[in-house]
Design a protein around this ligand. Structure first.
Ligand code: NAG
Ligand code: NAG
Length: 476
């Protein structure tokens, strides 16, 4: 049987809508991007100190958008010194699939940076337009940390909208300096790094320190933090923790998006307050929320403040409605959710306190229970799952479907037919639930795709033909 999901197309469907993919220009004619396949991949990579590889699939839309930009960047970079080579691999081809899995390709396009003849492998985390690719890769091919020799130069290295980590040293020798350099090499695709002999070039902080000292500049909260433990592990932990804002802002400003992505990738519980940033009482919400974040921060909860106008994707995902705004929702690591709609600023702290004390009821996304439910195939929603399925005492055949799913549509007439067969059997219910509009309890059901059917002792009672149809439906 065919497996549809050998490669998820967009593993982060929700997040990917935040990212801007530029589709401009039809690109140049030449072929600056080199084509690789399983037969010549290793030998080519081994020859290059710095090579970027795009794993793509011919049917992938984002790959098509990227192609002209990638080509243009390759042509600009072809004359760069030291050389930067851009390559591509068609990961959809059978012979290249092993290569793709070796490089942990889970979606398309996936770009990897290979250094030292392929000995070091990093994810490409830069932009996807040609200028952005060129700038990002030029920086990647240079030293991981730039020496800052003047205040003016510091202004170039320290980007006011990003995190920059600067090492201040009395001289560039010794273990502290080596550890700092090793960290810069390790984290270079995530952060900007610099090092200097003189703290007076730096825009903030004590300018008389001689070091060794690490100063992290950030565009939020206290704007800079100093740190002095040069154990590599401690330094890395410091950088990761200091670079998370106490409150992550989520609006249409692309400078905030790297922090938003980080927020959603963090496994901890997430508190998200959604409001219209133009609302009159926005400032009072904001100050309340920052206060709460500093009181409860570090207790396993991250905080996000989101503008409704940027949050359509999130609203759909969580099953929220605009008339519930301002609202706060908490999602725990295991998926449990807690919601307070139509919030007032002075609700924020008490509600958070109740959450911390475990006093809140879980929120569950559900369609309304239908007023009439007299079709043969019954409609189940999250709020009626208990009554119609678990407590019904009947044999229930339940289909989890998605409105956009073609195989579900094909299955519909078969399900109808089965419902006809069983319409006079009081012990049997044939039912369906929209898995995209209702939260499915993961402890009871294992729904990884649509359609998914759960059957309870029912298959034996169907005709051979019906059984075959079901089997087909289940496996597609
Ligand atoms: C690798 O092999 C493919 C197919 O044989 C070929 O099209 C491509 O040009 C080769 N690439 C290099 C760099 O030799
Ligand atoms: C550098 O890092 C290593 C690994 O964490 C550690 O053993 C060493 O003590 C560090 N050196 C200094 C001076 O902190």
């Amino acid at each position: 049987m065919a497996r549809v999901h050998s490669f998820p197309i967009c593993s982060l469907l929700f997040l990917s809508s935040l990212l801007v993919f530029s589709a401009a220009g039809s690109g140049s004619e030449g072929e600056s991007v080199i084509t690789l396949d399983a037969s010549n991949f290793s030998e080519t990579v081994a020859k290059h100190p710095f090579i970027v590889v795009e794993f793509y699939a011919p049917w992938c839309g984002h790959c098509k958008n990227l192609a002209p930009e990638y080509e243009k960047a390759a042509s600009v970079l072809s004359s760069h010194d030291p050389p930067v080579v851009l390559a591509k691999v068609d990961a959809n081809e059978e012979k290249n699939k092993e290569l793709a899995s070796q490089y942990e390709v889970r979606g398309f396009p996936t770009l990897k940076i290979l250094r030292n003849g392929g000995k070091t492998i990093e994810d490409y985390k830069g932009p996807r337009d040609s200028d952005g690719i060129v700038t990002y890769l030029k920086k990647q091919v240079g030293p991981a940390s730039a020496e800052i020799k003047s205040a003016e130069h510091a202004g170039e290295v320290i980007n006011e909208k990003k995190i920059t980590i600067v090492g201040i040293f009395p001289d560039f020798t010794g273990e502290q300096y080596e550890n700092f350099s090793a960290l810069a090499e390790k984290l270079r695709s995530d952060y900007d790094f610099g090092h200097t002999l003189d703290a007076k070039y730096l825009p903030r902080g004590d300018s008389t320190v001689k070091g060794p000292l690490v100063r992290l500049f950030k565009p939020f909260d206290e704007l800079f933090v100093d740190y002095q433990d040069f154990h590599i592990e401690a330094l890395e932990k410091f950088v990761e923790e200091a670079s998370i804002p106490s409150v992550t802002l989520f609006n249409k400003d692309p400078d905030n998006h790297p922090f938003v992505i980080k927020f959603f990738n963090n496994p901890q519980a997430k508190a998200m307050l959604f409001i219209n940033f133009d609302a009159e009482n926005f400032e009072s919400f904001k100050s309340e929320y920052y206060k709460v974040a500093s009181d409860f921060g570090g207790k396993g909860v991250g905080f996000l403040l989101g503008d409704v106008s940027a949050a359509q994707g999130a609203f759909q995902y969580f099953g929220l409605k605009e008339d519930q705004v301002p609202l706060i929702i908490i999602q725990q690591e295991q998926g449990q959710k807690y919601l307070k709609a139509n919030l007032e600023p002075d609700h924020v702290a008490p509600w958070l306190k109740e959450y911390m004390e475990g006093k809140l009821e879980q929120f569950r996304k559900s369609e309304p229970i239908p007023e009439s439910n007299d079709e043969l195939v019954k409609v189940v929603v999250a709020d009626s799952l208990q009554d119609m399925v678990f407590k019904s005492g009947k044999n229930v055949l339940l289909e989890f479907y998605a409105p956009w799913c073609g195989h579900c549509k094909k299955l519909a007439p078969i399900l109808d037919e089965v419902a006809v067969t069983f319409q006079n059997d009081k012990d049997v219910v044939i039912a369906k639930i929209d898995g995209t509009a209702n939260d499915i309890p993961t402890d009871s059901f294992n729904v990884n795709g649509y359609p998914t059917l759960t059957e309870i002792l029912l298959l034996q009672r169907m005709s051979y033909e019906q059984r075959r149809s079901f089997k087909r439906g289940m496996h597609f």
